[in-house]
Design a protein around this ligand. Sequence first.
Ligand code: MG
Length: 376
Amino acid sequence: MGAAAFAPYAANELKSRGRRYKEPRSAYRGEYQRDRDRIIHSTGFRRLVYKTQVFVNHEGDLYRTRLTHSLEVTQIGRTAAVALNLNEPLTEAICLAHDIGHTPFGHAGQDTLNACMKDYGGFEHNLQSLRVVDVLEAKYADFPGLNLMFETREGILKHCSARNARELGDVGERFLKRKQPGLEAQLANIADAIAYNNHDVDDGFRAGLLSLDQLREQPLFENQYLEVHRLYPKLEDRRLIYEINRRMIGTVVTALIEETRRRLEDARPTSIDDVRNAGKPLVSMSDDVYAQHVSLKKFLTRHLYSHEKKLEMTAKVQVMIRDLFQAYTEDVQLMPAQYAAEAASLDEAGRARVVADYIAGMTDRYAMAAHESLAG
Ligand code: MG
């Protein structure tokens, strides 16, 4: 269904490596459309609405959450997928699910849970996203997880250590053989970075943590600033930032589409396996725009993600996640019945993994309530 319209190097469901558990085809939907629908109907996806992207949910209603971030990633991914004749439903599915395994409280939550799990194989949110769709979603009678197509799972798993790759089987293979994923996966990966780079400028400015003068030191911002200022010299800050932001996204996405077209013309892949064997990613921006994009990313790391206001919250999050982890590993009965029962049947490492799954699934506010109830 629908597969004929895409380029030969796009993922094609008729040539897919398929699902882990065989299922009859759907009469009216393509297989990647089905994956997208399963992701949207999943519990993990709904939880993203109350999970932190950068700003903790209760800090303000206008900031991005992990859900609105995922939607922005998706629309950027879809735009480029259509322009490049790639498989749009697959791109959409990967983008929607890419953060589905993220902990509460953003990277502070992820890093703390990883530290708690250091003797038990660690915790990595990207690997957890695959675990959510492969194992943890318990909805279907015939199989664990969402039983997604290989190419969707391949796209969700962005990076992976050699040790984990060996345990993951088919979907981990490319990390051992140093191959590329399909173009839709490559695209979703870059769409993620484009989305957060740009929306964090907007959120950081709104929060008063980034100033216009600071932002103007960034060439990607400054070039658009000069253009908007020339056209609308008297624009108030809120509209000014938005007019700059939309142009920044436009600049980067245009550079991405054009450079990728150029690389496709050079490499001339005729199948997704040619893409996997290409030796380097074919989805990319031109060097000059990429340098501006990376410079902005570094700027945000320095001035927003490690802003002292953010670090105050990080310290609180570390205490909360550590306390929860310690309490649940010491007494698994403090967790809901299905987690407690599973944990009780396992060894120490297995118990820790169940606790990590439970904590990672929490929304910010659920984690805060759980922490309060420990004290009570
Ligand atoms: Mg993301």
